[in-house]
Design a protein. Structure first.
Length: 277
């Protein structure tokens, strides 16, 4: 099963969907390299491999993905996957394009060495200590039984937080569960939700265009109560990704862990961010 339907949650509709199976960071890296070697979009390689192995991630190796990509190149996906899995591949591919599209691309430097060009940033700048938990789907009880629809990144109060992708500020202000939060909609219709801030970066308002790497606020422990509530939990950033797929009423929430760990190699320094401004 790809989806788990639950109810309730931060900035959510009445019915939400959690996508359980999303790719680890080394799978994304391997798929990009398959694109460079065999052509085609790297998301197709990623989807093909995930369908081929029925989402069993524990024994993944990049060489295995390359072997699969070589078979697809020679025989075609339908021949390799068979009719049933090929249908699954086509169904999932549209979702993965919305989840992963425009995340990165692979290029060559002047010496012909493969380099990854990232299109987003890790939410914590370079030089700050943090702990990133893969706690997606864990149980939560405040406000009723529900599931955690993102990841918690633990760090010191006041740690600057940056926008992972560019987009438009769709929501800002107090939310009972998320405290001082910002919701940014990017060009791929992904909704990035950053919660529990201590304060926002000065001047940010609803409708503003935010650039990837911009400081949007500072880490805190706000939320779980009426406006101004703090101290209900340890200081951290809650970050989640919601996607509204065409023709579907539910918001789908994906585990951001693999994407963010992939982007962990691309952190901004505050000096660079100020120079860009």
């Amino acid at each position: 099963m790809m989806f788990l339907v639950i109810s309730g949650g931060d900035d959510s509709t009445e019915q939400d969907v959690l996508i359980i199976h999303t790719a680890k960071e080394d799978m994304i890296d391997a798929a990009l390299r398959c694109e460079k070697k065999f052509g085609g979009n790297w998301i197709k390689h990623l989807t093909s491999y995930l369908v081929s192995i029925d989402f069993q991630f524990d024994e993944f190796s990049s060489s295995e993905m390359v072997d699969f990509a070589e078979l697809y190149e020679k025989l075609g996906r339908e021949e390799v996957l068979g009719k049933t899995k090929y249908k699954t591949y086509k169904d999932i591919k549209k979702y993965y394009y919305m989840i992963y599209d425009d995340l990165a691309e692979i290029e060559e430097d002047e010496e012909g060495k493969e380099i990854i060009e990232y299109h987003g940033y890790y939410p914590i700048p370079r030089g700050y200590d943090y702990i990133h938990n893969d706690d997606f789907g864990a149980g939560r009880t405040f406000g009723g039984d529900r599931h955690h629809k993102g990841n918690d990144i633990m760090a010191k109060r006041g740690t600057p937080l940056v926008a992972v992708t560019s987009g438009i500020v769709e929501r800002i202000g107090w939310e009972r569960l998320g405290g001082w939060r910002i919701g940014i909609r990017d060009s791929n219709n992904r909704y990035w939700y950053y919660a529990h801030m201590e304060e926002y970066e000065r001047g940010i308002d609803r409708g503003d265009r935010i650039k990837a790497g911009d400081i949007i606020g500072y880490m805190g422990d706000s939320g779980y109560g009426p406006e101004g509530t703090t101290g209900k939990f340890a200081t951290h950033l809650h970050i989640q990704i919601g996607v509204e797929f065409p023709g579907e009423k539910e918001i789908a929430y994906i585990n951001p862990y693999g994407i963010l760990k992939f982007l962990e190699k691309n952190k901004i320094t505050l000096e660079e961010e100020e120079e860009d401004k």
